[in-house]
Design a protein around this ligand. Structure first.
Ligand code: AMP
Length: 307
């Protein structure tokens, strides 16, 4: 059971209608790791941070079975910084600042003992880096999943087109799917995006759940209706971590198992939004996860007699 997770390890400043934080730990790879480590360990992390990244936070990740050998520390530069403000619906947000800092000239080196990892989660970051990691792997993983966002669709489409041809599963949110495909209908968008490379496509719709597409098949997983959503930051990455964590644990890459993985991802994301940043993910137990997955089963289970 081996999983490589690539992505940003960052500082975030978040504003929601309910509160504000100055600088807290975030980043796509951080959220992926906190979610996936509940299912598989070690998580072979690949990322980059600056001198300002907290040692305590690094240790907290190591204590969760996250291998940081592939995380480069740059002594004279700052970590990736992102700032965002959520709208009242908590489903949409504006990016206020993206400071690439250390990320700008990151040339990842895959450590020798990461070679042979069976699963690869390419978290949201520069497509050039996603390509670089795939190319360094001597044996292609059983499944390569990638995430991306509007920032890269707008600034690095050439590289994005290349990496899309190299992966099995793409995860994006609904507005990114529309932006990437030029189609408004998500069904049409999915068809177009699957022509660009990935055989499977997951479209995340925030509080409205997620769709999984493959050939002519579609599966829908709801999001758990929560009384309070405190901070949606990282929900997408946490979803990704739960998804790949389940797949890596079961080693089953069938469409049927991806359906289960989407439910697991949704369950993990539902924890993430309950507190600011990674706070909630740091405290959850296996028991709570199982209970929540059960809530999902109850949410969608019904009998119907056709009359
Ligand atoms: P999510 O809410 O799942 O889309 O992810 C939020 C996380 O993504 C934050 O913790 C940010 O640090 C990180 N992030 C924001 N913009 C980018 C970007 N352009 N590339 C990589 N990571 C990013």
């Amino acid at each position: 059971m081996s999983l490589i997770a690539v992505g940003t390890m960052a500082y975030d400043a978040i504003e929601t209608p309910f509160g504000k934080t100055d600088k807290i730990i975030g980043g796509s790879a951080t959220y992926v790791a906190y979610a996936a480590c509940n299912f598989v360990q070690p998580i072979n992390q690949i990322s980059i941070v600056g001198y300002d990244f907290s040692k305590t936070e690094m240790e907290a990740l190591e204590n969760r079975g996250v291998n940081l050998e592939g995380v480069k520390i740059i002594p004279d530069k700052k970590s990736f910084f992102w700032s965002g403000r959520y709208h009242l619906d908590m489903n949409t947000r504006d990016t206020l600042v993206t400071d690439l800092n250390v990320l700008a000239d990151f040339n990842p080196v895959v450590p020798d003992n990461y070679q042979g990892s069976e699963f690869l989660m390419l978290g949201n970051l520069m497509p050039r880096i996603q390509i670089d990691v795939i190319q360094q792997l001597k044996k292609r993983p059983k499944l390569i999943v990638m995430d991306t966002m509007n920032f890269w669709i707008e600034s690095a489409m050439d590289d994005l087109n290349k990496v899309l041809k190299m992966v099995d599963v793409l995860m994006v949110n609904d507005s990114e799917a529309r932006q990437l495909s030029g189609q408004f209908s998500l069904v049409k968008a999915a068809r177009e995006i699957m022509k660009m490379g990935p055989k499977y496509l997951i479209i995340k719709k925030g509080e409205h759940g997620a769709l999984l597409f493959h050939d002519n098949n579609v599966f829908f997983a709801p999001a758990l209706p929560l009384e309070e959503v405190f901070d949606p930051t990282g929900a997408g990455d946490t979803f990704a971590g739960g998804f790949i964590g389940h797949i890596a644990k079961t080693k089953d890459i069938s469409f049927a198992n991806m359906k289960t993985a989407i439910i697991v991802g949704s369950a993990m994301a539902s924890f993430c939004v309950e507190k600011f940043g990674t706070e909630r993910l740091k405290e959850i137990t296996r028991g709570e996860i199982d209970e929540r997955i059960n809530q999902f089963v109850q949410l969608v289970q019904f009998d119907i007699a056709l009359v």
